[in-house]
Write a protein that binds this ligand. Structure first.
Ligand SMILES: [Zn+2]
Length: 887
């Protein structure tokens, strides 16, 4: 599954003064391990009395599911009542006792109506309670006896209640979107989301990741609908009643949480992957008709990725086909259902939008799961990192292959930051975590980000050849089975011949990360540099860290391999002539917080001598003194960095240009002016025009911004140019924004909304109403536009503000995981702002009364009443949407 990052959204509103204390990160704050036995009584041998002791045992141990029964095959026959959001199902399950003979079968089945259960002609008795189906078989079966059981049922996902009677929205398993077609702007559709334990909402199964079964499904729908499921489409049969039955079959076993079904008037765009033996495998993209032309631009790298990952792992893509589908109101980022991957509608981007950001990282992530997750599956949610760390790391592997090491390193840093951020919030736990309370907690920055970075360290430690051979060994040894992290260790040990317990113990079975401080002192007479290294870790245990140090001096560069394994260590190295720079962790692979106390000129030298992105980034960040004038060398570095081959370095340099001396800044401005028009990367062009807005004359800025608006294809750059233009000529910016309102781009509309947030008058209300009512925005754009609308409305009249509630409700109906997540924050902000305004109105009333101006006082009273009504209505709505998820 692809986790949604929401930190970005928070920044938007907090930068506008609405700093909320509510932590909306999906982190699943620190696990509070409830220890209900704490204080249990224990016998004291000394004096024969009972006394209170504190329980020190682990209170929770999340074991893998005990396997009583092996599922062998699952055959499903399904049809639908769209008006009721029901699915009629018949499941034929082939199974046998796993080891011990048994006369029972226990299945998970959530919120279903069970009609009948039978074996052959014999109807079986069963008990159905608490989402568990306990079936009494017709006799005792041994592990050598296979049986076929038939269950007729109705799945009713929308009618399922939790114990708290709160309708479950995020683990519904089976989703009917706009099933009655009431919303003309949203294509009716059905889709499923199995992970973690929700497949049992739409078919009875053993809903655990250490279960595998082959599968076939007959889906009967109106003829106008396309269907998608796992495996291959074997046949499509028209029925006499005008419906059609599609028959999908997956011959290779996979876990029930990977079962998938998607239905709607999708267009299927065909592509293919050529296997090494020359056969063509079907690759296709299911999109809404409006996106048919864009599908290849969005997903077109997929065949190349399949080839790349097949080669890299040494295991040919193991499944029958590869389909990707984009659905509405999706509840996560994307999901790796075997051969039938689901994406949220943020994936819909036209060619111009793709210039700013594509979704290839997510595409790679889901694809790599087809080896790590689908072929070899984490045996329990505690071991989730066996799925997610690899999917996460695949993004590095793809970036490295496709765009080069700088892009890979840049994104890896962001992944590491995501982990550090959650660690700072105190949410650390073992990577393989047996003490979670709810399995959803496992989908966090540990399983993903930290896990991915740990694989990167292991790759550096073992070397590429051993690392990838280890992966191949792990896949081949455990394919079509479930695995735990021990199996991963054994696979690497077998290949490399190394004992790797030390590595796995500290990174997989322990928590935290090293915090390292470095300092150096040079003995000029002895020509020796001494490097002092101290290591701390919040969890207390020390890490063993083999790393490489590069010493650049007058003789060139010398590489030294050292091992850090103590609190304080010092290492001495010979130096020839002067030290130019010393680079600790030369490959920048450590997942650690490192503070390097070295002279600034060494940072500047490292800009030119270092090989990696982090060398140049750190040089720009630390080679410049905070409040002192820059050295000539540092100024040259910033000017050179403006022309760096890697875009992210150019972006940092634009930011650093603010600190240049006046003379150098003039040079920088000329370079940046050029960048705003010609840089290859839209993010740099956008940063350039933003930088220039308070650096050049208003007339020149207007001219530049207008020429960008006319010529540039990137919506990110257009949005930045609009904002820059508004800084000198707001009226003109509004005129240009109006012209761009017709662009069919979620990105552009979101950019316009950003301008209107601060510049818009009552006229612009129509824009917000249109884009929201017509559901023109998706993904993060929808979130940004919602934030912009909130800010916009707080600046408008009470009459316009009265429309807020209706628009928020419409946003909620439009759906999207970001909206669901941040709507409460927006509503809360709106309530606070209107409350502040109501206070002002109250003061107005008092003033008018004092001045004996009853007419105005009356008007203000009316306004106050309106404001209070709005606050009341918004507060009710807030309470509805801010319900904590209960599970
Ligand atoms: Zn994933």
């Amino acid at each position: 599954m692809y986790r949604i990052y929401i930190v970005i959204g928070l920044v938007i509103l907090s930068s506008c003064g609405a700093n909320k204390k509510k932590d909306s990160e999906i982190t699943f704050s620190e696990a509070e391990i409830a220890n209900e036995n704490a204080g249990a009584e224990e016998y004291d041998f000394d004096d024969g009395s009972y006394e209170e002791t504190v329980e020190t045992e682990r209170a929770v141990y999340q074991a893998a599911e005990t396997i009583y029964t092996d599922l062998i095959h699952t055959k499903l026959e399904v049809s639908f009542d769209w008006s009721k959001s029901w699915m009629f199902g018949k499941a034929t399950i082939s199974a046998k006792p796993h080891f011990y003979a048994s006369d029972s079968l226990f299945l998970d089945a959530k919120g279903m109506e069970i009609k009948k259960i039978s074996i052959g002609a014999q109807v079986l008795t069963f008990r159905y309670a608490d989402d568990k189906l306990r079936i009494k078989l017709d006799k005792i079966y041994t592990r050598n006896d296979k049986y076929n059981i038939v269950i007729e049922y109705i799945a009713k996902p929308d009618e399922r209640k939790t114990s708290g009677s709160e309708a479950i929205t995020s683990d519904k398993g089976l989703y009917f979107i706009n099933p009655k077609g009431e919303d003309p702007n949203k294509m009716p559709q059905i889709w499923t989301q199995g992970e973690t334990k929700s497949s049992s909402v739409w078919f009875p199964t053993i809903d655990a990741p250490n279960v595998k079964t082959t599968e076939e499904i007959y889906i009967t729908v109106e003829n106008k609908f396309a269907t998608l499921s796992n495996g291959k489409l074997i046949s499509s049969t028209k029925n006499t009643d005008g419906t059609r039955t599609d028959y999908w079959k997956q011959d290779l076993p996979h876990a029930p949480y990977l079962f998938m079904m998607g239905i709607g008037e999708f267009k299927v765009v065909n592509d293919f992957y050529t296997r090494p033996n020359g056969t063509r495998m079907e690759v296709n993209y299911y999109v809404e008709p409006a996106w048919e032309q864009s599908a290849k631009a969005i997903f077109g790298e997929t065949p190349k990725m399949i080839a790349f990952f097949s080669k890299l792992t040494g295991v040919e893509y193991p499944w029958d086909k590869y389909s990707q589908i984009v659905v509405r109101e999706y509840v996560s980022g994307a999901m790796e259902n075997t051969g039938a991957v689901v994406f949220g509608d943020y994936t819909y981007k036209n060619t111009r939008e793709l210039l700013d950001a594509d979704d290839n990282s997510t595409i790679a992530h889901e694809l790599f799961h087809h080896w790590f997750g689908d072929l070899v599956t984490a045996e329990s949610w505690s071991n989730l990192t066996l799925n997610e760390s690899f999917a996460n790391y695949s993004q590095y592997l793809w970036d490295e292959f496709r765009y080069g090491i700088d892009e890979a390193d840049y994104n890896a840093e962001k992944e590491a930051d995501g982990y550090f951020q959650s660690a700072e919030n105190g949410a650390t736990h073992d990577l393989v975590w047996f003490e979670y309370e709810n399995q959803e907690q496992m989908f966090d920055a540990h399983s993903y980000n930290k896990g991915g970075r740990i694989l990167h360290m292991l790759r550096n430690h073992l070397g590429d050849e051993a690392f990838f051979a280890g992966l191949k060994n792990y896949l081949n040894t455990n394919k079509f089975k479930a695995a735990e992290f021990t199996q991963l260790r054994l696979a690497f040990e077998e290949v490399s011949g190394q004992d790797l317990n030390w590595f796995f113990n500290q990174w997989y079975l322990d928590q935290g990360h090293p915090v390292i401080n470095l300092s150096q002192s040079l003995d000029e007479e002895a020509h020796i540099v001494e490097i002092e290294v101290s290591q701390e870790n919040q969890s207390g245990s020390l890490f063993r860290l083999p790393i490489e140090i590069a010493i650049h001096d007058d003789a060139g560069v010398t590489l030294h391999q050292i091992v850090l394994d103590d609190n304080g260590q010092s290492f001495s190295f010979p130096v020839t002539g002067a030290i130019k720079t010393i680079i600790f962790d030369n490959q920048h692979m450590l997942l650690a917080k490192v503070t390097d106390y070295k002279p600034m000129e060494q940072f500047v030298n490292q800009f030119y001598l270092g090989k990696r992105y982090a060398d140049r980034r750190d040089a720009l960040l630390f080679g410049i003194a905070e409040e002192e004038p820059m050295t000539a060398e540092a100024e040259k570095m910033v000017l050179d960095a403006l022309k760096d081959p890697f875009w992210a370095i150019r972006n940092i340099a634009i930011d650093r240009a603010n600190s240049l001396s006046e003379e150098s800044k003039m040079q920088a401005i000329e370079i940046i002016k050029n960048s705003s028009l010609t840089d290859q990367k839209s993010a740099v062009r956008a940063a350039a025009i933003t930088f220039l807005q308070d650096k050049i004359a208003a007339e020149e800025l207007e001219k530049l911004a207008l020429s960008i608006i006319v010529k540039d294809q990137s919506y990110a750059v257009l949005s930045a140019a609009l904002v820059a233009l508004s800084s000198s000529n707001p009226e003109l910016a509004m005129v240009e924004a109006k012209k761009l309102e017709t662009e069919n781009s979620s990105k552009m509309l979101s950019g316009i909304a950003q301008l209107y947030a601060t510049q818009g008058t009552e006229t612009e209300m129509a824009f917000f109403e249109k884009v929201i009512n017509e559901n023109k925005l998706n993904g993060l754009d929808a979130l940004f536009a919602m934030n912009s609308m909130t800010i916009y409305l707080t600046r408008q009249s009470t009459e316009l503000q009265a429309k807020a509630l209706g628009l928020y409700k419409k946003e909620l109906a439009n759906g999207g995981v970001y909206i669901t997540m941040f709507l409460p924050q927006n509503v809360d902000y709106m309530i606070k702002m209107i409350s502040d305004q109501a206070d002002i109105t109250k003061a107005e009333i008092t003033a008018y009364e004092t001045n004996k101006n009853p007419l105005y006082a009356d008007q203000s009273r009316k306004k106050l009443k309106q404001q209070q009504e709005m606050i009341a209505a918004l507060s009710v709505f807030y309470a509805e949407i801010n319900v904590e998820k209960q599970e």
